[in-house]
Design a protein around this ligand. Sequence first.
Ligand code: MN
Length: 245
Amino acid sequence: MKILISNDDGYLAPGLSALAEAMAKIAEILVIAPDSNRSGCSNSLTLDRPLSVTRAANGFYFVNGTPSDCVHIALTGMLDFAPDLVVSGINNGQNMGDDTLYSGTVAAATEGYLFGLPAMAFSQVRSGWSQLECAARIASEMVQRRLDGLSKPFLLNVNIPNLPYEDIAGIKATRLGKRHVSEPVIRATDPHGREIFWIGPTGAERDAGEGTDFHATASRYVSVTPLQIDLTHTAQLGVLSRQFS
Ligand code: MN
């Protein structure tokens, strides 16, 4: 098995090393990741400047671009590596509910999925890199699991509680929860007296009930959500079609 590995926290992130180490025990790996932290960059591609790929001392490749750039470059021929699976992470913090839309971690996996490859994104629920060993072990188990019946390619969003392995209750298949709108923007003043803004924190959980990713991880379960990329609102398409028929 050949596994392409990326993330959005950058090629120096401990979560990436932990994931690469775990995958190297079960597969041939290639790691290609952004040169810096690109968390929250979603599926963006860099189209206004060229990209460079540099090989680090540990064998990881880093790119002056986004997670999607990294996977895109690897899959379109810059790197001579044809993977069977794309994995991303282990992200420093959760990617659940609405967060998945903004996530560069999920985006790296999505890029593989869009190229027809099975893909998995791994995130740890609270940031801080605690319990990385447990998260890497679970990632390895998920990758080795026979996911019979899933149509290929699949795109799985996995969120792992920050707990020792023994304290994980199990794995639950979930749907994405939902959040309230984000907290207000944070205003500040730069050294030149100009007003500046920081994007505020995410909103509180709105739909975190039974069956959601939020609920599973709060109950000490690993959450795995199958994702799809077709954004079409099928119910509204019906209404709209009748109006324009
Ligand atoms: Mn991140």
